[in-house]
Design a protein around this ligand. Structure first.
Ligand SMILES: Nc1ncnc2c1ncn2[C@@H]1O[C@H](COP(=O)(O)OP(=O)(O)OP(=O)(O)O)[C@@H](O)[C@H]1O
Ligand SMILES: [Mg+2]
Length: 337
């Protein structure tokens, strides 16, 4: 059985049961190929009495994946550069930090240097860290694995460090690949913070560091992470050779906010003459997320007006228009909150 335990690395209890069931079914089909089995009709006890061979398990492994792996998706996010307003210099910096190592590793080698292992995006909430990470992943045309720190911890209680290991394993399989740890402060908080179970936190941290340090083998894998609480991270994560580069994503400047307004008003039916440049001064101190909220609230007001109109005039054609006063009202609303 030792061999079985080796090939079921990363499996939790439920996965093992599914694997046994699948292996038994494979054996059954092998010894009685002519019978059309009604899977649901065969009690588990009966299946369990079968003499299942190693071979069956190996075949079953192709069908049954450990749940940690199943939860780690390689995806292509649906965010493009044009969906990120402003932050032009940051976009260039990200391209250099993220795309170059993945696309031109040989040039780094020729120059006798190594690109940073990990890149950390840090900045206040709602300023586009997650958005930028998705955009860079999409635009650089490599595989993307996205993991949310809090979700990983809560989903795999007691299995978290195993889940961390699986993430890196999956990343190696999917190379060239960007792994994005969003809200990483939840995953590897400073020790002694007392927030989560200290033992779990410790194990997850050491697993994470071990994987990060072993990154030489992670050729073609780039680790990206984001946090709005840099001070909450365990300092070990920030040591040279780990997250070598911390990129600050600041609150948007006037120019950035104008561009963010453009992004979020782009597909809305705007009243003629609404000019994003005039919205800048009324939104000072707003984050990108707040600007998105203003635009959506303004659109909702337009919808409310249109619905009221339809109710009054069921036979007339209605045109939904977002007006300057909708936007002003939404801005005022948020300024008051
Ligand atoms: N530069 C931007 N351009 C366009 N939209 C933006 C920009 N920044 C933020 N937004 C809007 O705000 C939303 C939230 O941004 P995002 O999730 O990237 O913030 P974050 O920095 O990751 O925040 P948190 O620290 O809370 O995770 C985005 O989905 C987007 O709608
Ligand atoms: Mg985020």
């Amino acid at each position: 059985m030792s061999h079985l335990s080796e090939i079921t690395h990363g499996f939790v209890g439920a996965d093992l049961e599914a694997l046994c069931r699948e292996a038994a079914m494979i054996r059954l089909r092998r010894i009685m190929p002519e019978i059309d089995f009604d899977v649901a009709g065969i009690p588990y006890e009966q299946l369990a009495r079968l003499e299942v061979h190693m071979d069956d398990f190996v075949t079953a492994l192709k069908e049954v994946e450990p749940s940690a792996i199943r939860e780690v998706f390689v995806e292509v996010p649906d965010v493009h550069w044009e969906d990120v307003g402003g932050h032009e210099a940051l976009k260039d910096k990200l391209i250099e930090a993220v795309e170059w190592p993945l696309h031109y590793p040989h040039l780094f080698e020729q120059a006798g240097t190594r690109p940073p292992k990990g890149i950390l995006l840090s900045g206040p909430p709602g300023c586009g860290k997650t958005l930028l990470a998705k955009a860079i992943a999409n635009e650089s045309k490599v595989n993307f694995i996205s993991v949310k720190g809090p979700a990983l911890l809560s989903k795999y209680v007691g299995e978290s460090e195993q889940a961390v290991r699986e993430v890196f394993r999956k990343a190696r399989q999917a190379s060239p690949c960007i792994v994005f740890f969003d809200e990483i402060d939840a995953l590897v908080p400073a020790r002694g913070g007392g927030s989560t179970d200290a033992h779990v936190a410790e194990r997850v941290l050491s697993q994470f560091l071990a994987e990060l340090d072993g990154i030489e083998e992670l050729k073609g894998v780039l680790i990206l992470a984001a946090t709005n609480r840099l001070d909450m991270l365990d300092p070990a994560v920030l040591r040279p050779g780990r997250f070598d580069e911390v990129i600050e994503i600041p609150m948007p400047s006037d120019k950035d906010r104008e561009e963010i307004f453009r992004v979020h008003l782009r597909n809305k039916p705007l009243e003629e003459g609404v000019d994003p440049t005039t919205l800048v001064s009324r939104s000072s101190g707003f984050s990108g997320a707040e600007i998105a909220l203003v635009c959506n609230r303004a659109a909702l007001m337009a919808v409310r007006r249109a619905v009221a109109f339809v109710k009054e005039h069921p036979d007339d054609k209605v045109v939904t228009v977002v007006t300057r006063s909708d936007i002003d009202a939404a801005l005022a609303e948020l300024n008051e909150e």
